[in-house]
Write a protein that binds this ligand. Structure first.
Ligand SMILES: Cc1cc2nc3c(=O)[nH]c(=O)nc-3n(C[C@H](O)[C@H](O)[C@H](O)COP(=O)(O)OP(=O)(O)OC[C@H]3O[C@@H](n4cnc5c(N)ncnc54)[C@H](O)[C@@H]3O)c2cc1C
Length: 545
């Protein structure tokens, strides 16, 4: 590419930088063709920010060199691990014109400490890669799985403070050390960490700084040490049916007390609303439920969910431990949750697999449907055991999106319409009811049923995930979904329900709040990244506010 002359005859900064990057990266590591860039702009919404180029460094040293050139030419960068941040912006930066640093080629598992379960890995390592690596060596540790599936990163997910399905559900909480290239080129490392990751004690001495890199845009993380949970002797799930929506408050109190008494024997409990159940079940239309364009309203939602074998609220919990722990926890769950649920069922993967096989031998539509339910149940159990699966991903395809034949699922590339609204809800009956009522009213007003799941993060709070699912090919539907998200955000905020994570398009809604917290964030950003080099505006107010 020939350098374009600028106004005063100076070369265009991007052209000059590209020339310099070509001396560091191979041709395949520099993408500038419009079709190549378009892949990084695709999102599960109509949000899209064109990058000026995409670079694929393959090592920490290349990241340092690439960053030095970006700094020299005043070009902002946006690092991604695998760029599958579906429902939260995918690979998009907050602003257009960033150079995307695609780190998916950095796939080294640098160190594994088998006695401690500490793994030090690079940003491109996916859930599936880690699973294969552990299995090949016979290590019985769980991969911190999520609903986003096998091809998503561990580093990007943890940096977003993602949540998962194994006992180490809070993924950034399991990070014990990290390495990052700062905007000035310094390589930052956690105080007690060495190349091999360190001892697993995250705090070290002095202020805790690793947290600055999660939802922080203060550097490019090149490695992370994560504490993996060992796979216990027994992993079981329990499912329960709460028939009346009016029993939610009581159910929340019982769930809280159960979690408190069970301690770490229960990994977490999810309360799935009838609307969420329908959204998950309807995708493949195999429950005989008619597709629908408009919201059904609560009464119809509940009626349909019950007809499909669910309830106003379905609960799912996971038990981890030795056989003795599991037996004691089952007893506790029976005494507590069995007292409020119409039905309570325990399952293991082995049991689900046996029944699935039996169904395969039986003729008829009913056994085929039951077989499919058992397969989903088994794959759900595998996720809980730390085996990455795509079982939750079809949800994104409810209103639009189709995976091309032979391709892996990618909701951003496949045309899915999805925005996650994910506020934290205190685990009290009153707060849960208040939240659910507001969310339902606002969703209905905007033409959606509120597909709420309340996932316990501790015995004190839930993370609510509410997917707004829409037709991404219909501009009016995209606008409706955006308006719904904003209305949920503002109504929630007014009552103290704040999201734990937001889509890139909404970054400034939070960060431009003139609170002491965001002012401190700005001060730190200006000190560490005075040129606003890394992901400008993503997790801090735009400079010059
Ligand atoms: C149906 C469905 C279910 C989902 N279920 C879950 C779930 O259970 N839990 C969950 O957490 N998410 C879930 N997601 C959301 C999302 O897809 C995942 O969180 C996914 O792991 C994020 O994408 P990624 O791993 O490719 O991260 P990336 O997209 O690579 O990274 C996310 C962000 O982190 C920052 N970042 C990434 N890498 C670096 C780096 N090396 N240095 C500095 N900053 C960096 C950037 O700001 C980037 O935009 C779900 C999505 C769908 C569609």
């Amino acid at each position: 590419m020939s350098a374009t002359a600028g106004a005063e005859g100076a070369p265009d900064p991007l052209d000059a930088a590209l020339l310099a990057w070509r001396s560091i990266l191979p041709e395949a590591g520099i993408l500038t063709a419009p079709a190549q860039l378009a892949a990084y702009q695709a999102d599960t919404s109509d949000f899209s920010q064109a990058p000026s180029a995409v670079l694929k460094p393959a090592s920490r040293d290349q990241v340092r060199q690439v960053l030095a050139i970006a700094r020299e030419h005043g070009l902002p960068v946006h690092p991604i691990s695998t760029g599958h941040n579906w429902g939260y912006g995918s690979a998009n930066a907050y602003v257009a014109g960033c150079v995307v640093l695609d780190l998916s080629g950095m796939t080294a598992i640098r160190h594994f400490e088998p006695e401690l379960g500490l793994v030090t890995l690079e940003p491109g390592v996916t859930q599936a890669m880690l699973r294969d690596w552990l299995d090949a060596r016979g290590f019985r540790f769980m991969v911190p799985t999520t609903g986003a599936g096998p091809r998503c990163s561990l580093v990007g997910n943890a940096l977003e403070r993602g949540y998962g399905l194994t006992p180490h559900a809070d993924h950034f909480a399991a990070v014990t050390a990290l390495e990052a290239v700062l905007p000035d080129g310094t390589v930052y490392r956690s105080p007690l960490a060495d190349e091999a990751g360190g001892s697993g004690f995250r705090w070290g001495v002095g202020p805790y700084l690793d947290g600055l890199f999660s939802q922080g845009s203060l550097g490019v993380v090149t490695a992370m040490t994560i504490a993996l949970a060992a796979r216990p002797a027994r992993v079981e799930t329990f499912y329960f049916w709460i028939d009346r929506d009016a029993d939610l408050e009581h159910c929340v109190a019982v769930v809280r007390d159960t979690l408190r008494d069970a301690g770490s024997s229960i990994g977490g409990i999810n309360l799935i609303s009838a609307a969420r159940f329908l959204a998950m079940a309807e995708h493949e239309r195999e429950h005989g439920l008619a597709p629908r364009a408009r919201p059904l309203g609560q009464a119809e939602v509940e009626a349909r969910a019950k007809a499909a074998g669910a309830a106003a609220w379905m609960g799912i919990g996971a038990i981890y431990g030795t056989a003795a722990h599991a037996a004691a926890t089952r007893k506790l769950v029976r005494a507590r949750i069995g007292g409020i649920a119409r039905r309570l069922v325990f399952a293991t993967r082995g049991k689900a697999r046996l029944m699935e096989r039996a169904m395969a031998w039986l003729p008829g539509e009913r056994s085929r449907r039951l077989g499919r339910t058992l397969r989903l149940m088994r794959e759900g159990l595998e996720l809980l055991e730390g085996q990455p699966r795509e079982v939750a991903l079809p949800l994104a395809y409810l209103r639009s999106g189709k995976t091309p034949e032979g391709q892996p699922r990618n909701p951003a590339h496949d045309g899915c319409g999805l925005l996650w609204y994910a506020p934290i809800v205190a685990m009290t009956g009153t707060r849960a009811r208040e939240f659910v009522d507001i969310a339902r009213a606002i969703c209905l007003e905007h033409g959606f049923d509120a597909s709420i799941t309340l996932s316990s993060l501790s015995e004190r709070c839930f993370d609510c995930t509410l997917p707004i699912l829409f037709d991404r090919h219909d501009p009016a539907d995209c606008a409706r979904a955006d308006a719904c998200w904003r209305a949920l955000y503002h109504a929630g905020l007014a009552r103290g329900f704040r999201p734990y994570r937001v889509h890139a398009r909404y970054a400034q809604l939070l960060a431009s709040e003139a609170t002491p917290f965001w002012t401190a964030v700005d001060t730190i950003k200006r000190a560490l990244d005075p040129d606003d080099l890394v992901s400008p505006g993503r997790w801090q107010a735009r400079a010059g506010r």
